[in-house]
Design a protein around this ligand. Sequence first.
Ligand code: CU
Length: 380
Amino acid sequence: MTRQVRSVSVPHLAGLWALALLSKAADAAYALNFQEPATLIAKEIYNLNMWMMEICVTIFILVFGVMLYSIIRHRKSAGGKPALFHENTKIEILWTVIPIAILIAVAWPVTKTLLAMRDSSNADITIKVTGYQWKWGYDYLKGEGAGIKFMSILATPQAQLDGKAPREENYLLQVDNHMVVPVNKKVRILTTSNDVIHSWYVPALAIQQDAMPGFIRDAWFRADREGIFRGQCAQLCGKGHGYMPIVVEVVPEEKYAAWVAEQRKKMATGAEDQNKVWQLAELIQHGEAVYTKNCVACHQADGKGIPSVFPALDGSKIATGAKIGHIKTVLSGRPGTAMAAFGPQLSDTDIAAVITYERNAWSNKSGDAIQPSEVKAERR
Ligand SMILES: [Cu+2]
């Protein structure tokens, strides 16, 4: 029952519908249609799309039928004479009334669905979704789970990305932390962005909402079945655009409560870590993991970056120079460049660890161990 995001393809619909008219095998050809809807609105959109296709196909058959018939029946070689329809009131009324009727048949149900889509009032849970180059951040703002926040980053193994291992199912559609929500609850999504325009797109939930820097937009869904629903960023947002998938996991209410409790515990442990004094080796080990998730897309695994786009950290003045400069660069980023401020994205521990890693990886051999407290001191 897995439906791939890649298989949503509108141009295929015309062909599919022709097929569907001829056979009852439409369901078997589902892979060519929208994904199986998981919300009422998604179902409505699915049906509207089919309704539109029916209207289009009917018009197509009628118009071309009359045309073909006329061309053959009234051909010159069979003695056809051109007729005049000029100022024929009956025909003029018909070709005004029929399009109006079609317009209403389309606009009425579409308007109803559009209004329902925009009505995000009385949500049970509100989640802010922030687009970053190239990952998603989730902040549970209201309802059960309020206060939970985490980043959701591509989890497809590097070997597959490099083409060194066979691609598994859901290639490029896996993340480390799923956005978990309870079934049958109204979930309001607020989208915004930290850098460029992204778009939060989950076809089965019928949401495609742009995430724009400096703006907050909203959308909502109420999943009517459990399951894992996958999507992708749907706005070209730079080099890693294809590497920021979305995974929404819809679970029963009790399972959601358990997940909330587990997240709370994790956050408490994280807070403890910030006060502990870390050993160099521990920091490097943790830092490598942070680097792989957050920095590798630009600065590369070998620390060499991409010449003239992303600077090398191997041998860089910042990564081998004073600690403070390095900490400040990572905390505040470089405004106006692709180097984001990681202060709001990562914990003191993660930043201390990744900086320690950068200062001791590749040919950098400073021996420095940066403690979370040193990062904390530089935060304003
Ligand atoms: Cu994006």
